[in-house]
Design a protein around this ligand. Structure first.
Ligand SMILES: C[S@@+](CC[C@H](N)C(=O)[O-])C[C@H]1O[C@@H](n2cnc3c(N)ncnc32)[C@H](O)[C@@H]1O
Length: 209
């Protein structure tokens, strides 16, 4: 079993830099490698740059997005859990941020999120509550990723990008195939900030068709 109790280098760094979770460094790597936020980095006709963050709690990815893009972004975020208010310094109270506490698989939640789109970037760090059975956890993670692809189909604008976390071990070949059908570029990438023992990886879709 992995030792998730002891804060490691990345966990300590995130606290020092004002983020509630180490996962922020995975998003930073994904952004640096794939330019996920590049469409929101300068002003233009299609602003605000709309981003949807699925599985947002405790809130590191949302904070990273708001701090990186500032007033140029409109960010919608969802989680079954609440966000941590320890580090946001009021950013979660601003008009360019919307959070709903809900389940992404429920129709009401989906409709509320779709009504705030279409989005230019869809982020999903969703993870099922782990059971200790890798087979069960992997299947649930894949189920969530499939739901994320449904959001990508209906809520993401043409030319938009996707980053979705998946636990390795299930039928990720079919997942990647679907991503490549929906996007001009589809690939997988494991950030260095992932725990060495973790079997999670990220699937990237660039430039929705
Ligand atoms: C690894 S955490 C996300 C961390 C977040 N990206 C951050 O940087 O703070 C995964 C999240 O997925 C959420 N989650 C799992 N299943 C969900 C579902 N069906 N609907 C909404 N959120 C869900 C969990 O509650 C959990 O907060």
């Amino acid at each position: 079993m992995a030792n998730y109790g002891k804060p490691d280098f990345w966990a300590l760094k995130s606290q020092k830099e004002g983020y509630p979770a180490r996962s922020v460094y995975k998003l930073r790597e994904l952004d640096e490698k794939f330019g996920l936020f590049s469409g929101g980095s300068s002003s233009g006709s299609s602003f605000p740059f709309r981003v949807l963050d699925l599985g947002a709690a405790p809130g590191s990815w949302s904070l990273y997005t708001l701090r990186t893009l500032g007033d140029r972004v409109f960010l919608a975020a969802v989680d079954i859990s609440s966000l941590s208010r320890r580090y946001d310094k009021g950013l979660f109270d601003r008009d360019n941020f919307f959070f709903i506490q809900g389940d992404i698989t429920e129709e009401d939640t989906r409709n509320i999120l779709l009504s705030r789109g279409p989005y230019r970037l869809l982020l999903s760090d969703l993870a099922p509550a782990t059971t200790g059975s890798r087979q069960v956890d992997t299947l649930r993670s894949l189920g969530l990723a499939e739901t994320v692809l449904e959001y990508a189909e209906s809520a993401l604008a043409q030319g938009g990008h996707l980053a979705v976390k998946v636990f390795q071990g299930g039928d990720t070949v079919s997942l990647l195939k679907r991503i490549r059908e929906l996007f001009r570029v589809g690939k997988s990438f494991k950030p260095q900030a992932c725990r060495r023992e973790s079997f999670e990886t990220y699937y990237i879709g660039l430039d929705k068709k």
